[in-house]
Design a protein around this ligand. Structure first.
Ligand code: GUN
Length: 290
């Protein structure tokens, strides 16, 4: 019988831990604050930002939301980030991606202070992650881990999946998910392979996986013939089809072969938000000298 790995349930536990922590911090005069920036009218981004703002409210984190028009000048966005970098009530800054084409996302991510980079997307934080070899080193560094890859690790750990020594295959090589997920899984002592759109005979590679992470952004891309019996599947995809949301995995068929699998929705998504809240609480402590 396949185990459903519920990101909703696991994230609820993490959020409860964080709510207790923010209550404790408040007694010491520290209220964690997260600034979110949404540029334009992308419907999916509006939903994600709305979820982030609501979760902040629930956990006792102050939310400072900034909505900018689609045609905002890059210089004005950078000016806002500069103001937020200097605001002592703001501990974390998140600019929702994707940005309109006339704005260079690299410039925006670099402008966010590395100390407030709760997405973990600043080159300094990415470099810090790249330079660490073990989870112990990563955890000692008090650095901000990218939220989705960190959420994947927490899902696996909290579902008692053996990562050390496992063959982990990641489908997708993005900076946001695929590449950092590979680094974290390596730090957890998995043997990691990344596949992408140019991989020859992708099924031959994915069938080796004990742990398969699908993050390629193509609905139902991973089919049952691409996995081996007993695989643990983490589906990062969120694809909007006329019939509703679906992941990058053909869930109904793949679940018949898997030992454990995440649903979409209710899998990785809630964990990304929980890890963002975790980073914001961490930032509030770091910036308050705790
Ligand atoms: N767009 C999709 N996922 C993310 C994320 O984790 N952070 C930001 N800033 N934008 C995103």
């Amino acid at each position: 019988m396949v185990e459903l790995i519920s990101g909703t349930e696991i994230s609820k536990k993490i959020q409860a831990e964080l709510k207790d922590e923010t209550a404790q911090l408040r007694t010491r005069g520290i209220t964690p604050g997260l600034a979110t920036i949404l540029v334009g009218e992308d419907e999916a981004s509006k939903v994600y930002i709305g979820q982030k703002v609501k979760t902040c409210e629930r956990l006792g984190i102050t939310s400072f939301h900034h909505k900018l028009p689609q045609d905002v000048k890059e210089a004005d966005l950078l000016k806002l980030i500069d103001t937020l970098n200097k605001d002592s009530k703001v501990h974390g800054i998140l600019c929702q991606l994707p940005l309109p084409k006339h704005i260079k996302a690299d410039n925006v991510l670099l402008a966010i202070s590395p100390d407030k980079d709760v997405d973990g997307f600043h080159l300094l934080n990415m470099g810090r992650l790249l330079s660490k070899k073990s989870m112990k080193e990563i955890e000692q560094e008090k650095m901000y881990l990218p939220c989705t890859p960190h959420g994947i690790i927490q899902l696996l750990r909290r579902s008692n999946v053996n990562i050390a020594g496992a063959e982990a295959v990641i489908v997708g090589r993005s900076n946001i998910v695929g590449k950092p997920a590979a680094l974290l899984l390596m730090a957890e002592n998995a043997t990691v392979t990344i596949c992408h759109s140019n991989t020859r005979d992708i099924g031959e590679v994915t069938r080796r996986a004990d742990i398969l992470v699908a993050a390629i952004g193509k609905p139902k891309f991973v089919t049952a013939d691409m996995v081996k019996d007993g695989v643990v599947v983490i589906d990062v995809g969120v694809n909007r089809l006329p019939e509703g949301l679906c992941g990058d995995v053909d869930f109904d068929k793949v679940k018949e072969k898997a030992k454990a699998i995440t649903p979409v929705p209710g899998g990785v998504g809630p964990m990304t938000i929980a890890m963002l809240m975790l980073n914001t609480v961490k930032a509030s402590k770091k910036l308050s000298g705790c």
